[in-house]
Design a binder for this molecule. Structure first.
Ligand SMILES: Nc1ncnc2c1ncn2[C@@H]1O[C@H](COP(=O)(O)OP(=O)(O)OP(=O)(O)O)[C@@H](O)[C@H]1O
Ligand SMILES: [Mg+2]
Length: 183
């Protein structure tokens, strides 16, 4: 199975929809399965997902002709079922305006921005699936169609180089650490 992951708001569904049409692949939405299978619980206002149960279900559904989409991807499928994983990245400054438009609370926004700055999803994807299968794309200054093309060439194995992403360095240089990590 091919994977598209990344923090909330990085563009996973926008990209996955387009590429699944183009390559005639089935799109499997992690959040949708979690809800359908009743594996989502509200815990102090945030949604908790039973990732162990979810992993069993998704491993069963894994197939060569599908794309698994969601920020939980590194935790809900076994490495043996993963062909290639693309992590979408987005500059925290751009991501912040995406979250403003979505009216995220400041707690939710800061949590997700912090995760993007530290590269937690990318790090976890490499840890779970391995460096060789993992690619990241910086969508910050790319159009949607260009991002789709990049993902497509990674899936077709014609693109082998990885984007360089270092948000932490960027935030430090701009003197914005306090803004993103206020506590
Ligand atoms: N180059 C790009 N690639 C992908 N998305 C982009 C790009 N540029 C801008 N966007 C925009 O980013 C926004 C977030 O996209 P989308 O809703 O697909 O994210 P998501 O990762 O699926 O979020 P969530 O995890 O919350 O479901 C959209 O408004 C999309 O149009
Ligand atoms: Mg989405």
């Amino acid at each position: 199975m091919k994977i598209i992951t990344g923090n909330p708001g990085t563009g996973k569904h926008t990209i996955a929809k387009s590429i699944s049409k183009k390559l005639d692949l089935e799109m499997i939405d992690i959040n949708k399965i979690a809800i359908e299978q009743k594996l989502v619980k509200k815990n102090d206002g945030v949604l908790d997902v039973d990732v162990n149960k979810l992993k069993k279900i998704i491993d069963k559904e894994a197939s060569k002709n599908s794309i698994l989409v969601g920020h939980l991807a590194p935790y809900v499928i076994s490495a043996k079922n993963v062909e290639v994983a693309v992590v979408l990245r987005k500059s925290p400054y751009r991501l912040q305006s995406t979250y403003k438009k979505r009216k995220y609370s400041s707690k939710k926004s800061l949590e997700n921005l912090g995760s993007e700055i530290l590269g937690i999803t990318y790090y976890d994807t490499i840890r779970e699936f391995g460096q060789k299968k993992t690619f990241q794309i910086d969508t910050s200054s790319r159009t949607i169609s260009d991002t789709v093309k990049k993902v497509e060439s990674i899936f077709r194995k014609t693109r082998t180089k990885d984007d360089k992403v270092d948000w932490l360095q960027m935030v430090l240089k701009k003197g914005d650490m306090q803004k993103f990590f206020p506590y």
